[in-house]
Design a protein around this ligand. Structure first.
Ligand code: BGC
Length: 252
């Protein structure tokens, strides 16, 4: 693999628990070599996360635009929210900071939107018309909404209140681990959230992603909705793959 290989894009996915990075082959969506995975620095403080990203970029020599998927509302390079990360990110021009540090163009977008882009382009949502809702069940709940393949960005429906509690405080992957829920208990919580989404948006299909999809065999058959439910094809790599695809939009 050459450093100047233009078919590869460096991409990051910052999560509340882990930061992932990889070199993504843009035509196939495959991560070349290993996906690097490092624990998110305590509290996800901006300075430590930015330093970690620069260090990870050094470990994955590459050139050209970089993709950065981030767990916040992302508009014009700026983070507008911070649910599971340090509040000091709010109002920061993250794209500008990363471009200055890496000396490369950076595509900055919401993590669930990134995962959704990957799934719609090459994964479980490929060639799916109508309304597709991609949901990531991780530290929080991320949502990405597509109509006939077109994204409505920053939907943030993990914060929708379901029976007096935010969806992500009921049914995220973290809630399952923290409360030590069994698959049946947790799937019931996810089903309640899916029903709340369905009653408002009537998607044709839910694509379920996030690290927890590694355990699809334990809970997939317990999920139910009036919409079709399918597992994400890219699993935990969807964020970096979609961020790499967003970086492609920035050209070479
Ligand atoms: C954040 C979203 C993010 C989701 C998944 C939520 O808490 O508000 O921006 O997409 O977690 O990481």
């Amino acid at each position: 693999m050459k450093e100047g290989d233009l078919s590869l894009r460096l991409a990051f996915d910052v999560g509340g628990s882990f930061v992932k990075a990889g070199l993504v082959h843009i035509e196939s969506g495959l991560v070349m070599g290993e996906t690097l995975r490092r624990p998110t620095p305590a509290g996800a403080a901006p300075e430590s996360v930015l330093e970690l990203l620069v260090a990870m970029a050094r470990d994955l020599p590459s050139s050209g635009p970089v993709g950065l998927a981030f767990p916040a509302v992302a508009k014009q390079g700026v983070a507008w929210t911070a649910a599971n990360i340090d509040k000091r990110w709010i109002g920061m021009n993250v794209q500008g900071h990363m471009q200055a540090r890496l000396q490369r163009p950076v595509a900055f977008l919401n993590d669930a939107d990134a995962a959704g882009i990957a799934e719609m382009k090459l994964g479980a949502g490929r060639d799916r018309p109508g309304t597709v809702m991609v949901i990531t069940l991780g530290t929080g709940i991320g949502t990405a909404l597509f109509v006939d393949g077109r994204l409505l960005p920053n939907t943030e429906l993990g914060h929708l209140e379901v029976r007096g509690k935010e969806a992500e405080h009921r049914a995220s992957g973290k809630v399952r681990a923290d409360l030590d829920l069994d698959w049946v208990e947790w799937a019931a919580a996810v089903n309640e959230v899916l029903e709340a989404y369905h009653s408002l948006l009537w998607p044709d299909v839910f694509v379920i992603g996030g690290g927890v999809t590694e355990n699809w065999q334990h809970f997939g058959s317990l999920l139910s909705s009036r919409a079709e439910i399918v597992p994400a094809a890219f699993g935990n790599d969807a964020g970096i793959v979609g961020a790499a695809m967003a970086a492609v939009q920035l050209g070479r």
